[in-house]
Design a protein around this ligand. Structure first.
Ligand code: MG
Length: 268
């Protein structure tokens, strides 16, 4: 897919995979990977209501794709708030879905003086960035364990097996106003993003994730390999992965000239 602005072109390769895992009956994760938006949501709630919450989140964010390439980080914030309101409304209309909630995280192509990546997060699903040298976690978990880590009360090794590691402090569907983290980044050709639910990160270390991403050139194969490895490692939760590769960021003026339809000048 291609996203053009006045002087740059951003192209991506994408792969996605999901699995219910070995213990759960339902897959309450949802994802969307297309257009200008790449999102993973991990739902919570009884009677498969978590599935409903995560679907509302991904479908609401997917609506943003039709606005590219003029999407802004503010649009993302507004749309996360809209998804929250739809989940709260759904829970209010359907007693079976009361208390449903979801994490949501991902990437969107935004226009801020040219194409940029906006990374967004609510909850403990994650976005990582991998380049030739390293894998970096871009998002910060909104979780009890992260707060203990931040206060220096536990070590990363203790966090990985902490009994409260599934307790999140932010989500969509609980409070009236969403507190979302949003970062805007310059795109770099060759970088790859891993967007995932905690079913991946509770089973695999960052080193495992890094080596699997490096081993598979094709983003679809990388996403499938990550999900398979998490299921093989225990599969105690639903696991969902999207791999997005930034392929090209080139000046449009460098593209071969071709006949075009006359463009209406701005302001008309
Ligand atoms: Mg999960």
């Amino acid at each position: 897919m291609t996203d053009e602005t006045a002087d740059t072109v951003l192209t991506v390769r994408v792969g996605a995979a999901t699995d219910v895992g070995r213990l759960r009956e339902h897959n309450e994760d949802s994802h969307h990977a297309g257009g200008a938006v790449f999102v993973v949501a991990d739902g919570m709630g009884g009677h498969a209501a978590g599935e409903v919450a995560s679907e509302i989140a991904t479908e609401t964010l997917a609506e943003l794709s039709s606005r590219a390439p003029r999407l802004t980080a503010d649009d993302l914030a507004t749309t996360l708030q809209l998804a929250n309101e739809r989940i709260l409304q759904g829970a209010s209309d359907n007693p079976d879905q009361r208390g449903m909630a979801t994490t949501v995280t991902g990437l969107a192509m935004v226009d801020q003086d040219g194409p940029r990546w906006a990374v967004f997060n609510v909850g403990d699903s994650r976005v990582y960035r991998a380049d030739a040298e390293q894998l970096t976690q871009l998002t910060t978990d909104h979780s009890e364990v992260q707060e203990l880590l931040d206060r220096g009360l536990i070590t990363p090794a203790e966090a990985a097996r902490h009994p409260m590691r599934n307790v999140i402090t932010r989500s969509l569907g609980i409070e009236q106003v969403v507190r979302a983290d949003i970062w805007v980044l310059d795109p770099h050709p060759g970088e790859r993003f891993v967007i995932c639910s905690d079913g991946l990160t509770n089973e695999l270390s960052d080193a495992d994730i890094r080596s699997l991403v490096a081993r598979h050139d094709d983003p679809q194969q990388a996403a499938a390999a990550l999900v398979t490895a998490a299921v093989d490692a225990g599969g105690r939760d639903n696991v969902t992965v999207i791999v997005v590769q930034t392929c090209v960021r080139a000046a449009a003026s460098a593209a071969p000239a071709e006949p075009t339809t006359p463009v209406t000048p701005r302001g008309d």
